[in-house]
Design a protein around this ligand. Structure first.
Ligand SMILES: [Zn+2]
Length: 72
């Protein structure tokens, strides 16, 4: 099982923003920390760095890039 599917299972196949049901065809996995903020692909694809979104929320998120910026 790849990281994408693990993240989707952990999030119970629900969009973490709007709560929509996700399926393989509309599920998107978003990186909370973008590529430029991570030092390795391992860190980038860590389960804690992944969140499940539907395609419309992901599109919105990519455009505005302001949602859930969690500081440690
Ligand atoms: Zn959504």
């Amino acid at each position: 099982m790849d990281q994408r599917e693990k993240a989707l299972r952990r999030d119970e196949w629900k969009c973490q923003k709007c709560g929509a049901d996700l399926g393989l065809e509309n599920a998107e996995v978003h990186h909370l920390r973008p590529v430029r903020d991570t030092s390795s692909s391992e860190e980038l694809n860590r389960l804690e760095n992944l969140t499940s979104l539907c395609s419309s929320c992901h599109e919105e998120q990519t455009e505005h890039n302001e949602w859930q910026r969690q500081e440690p």
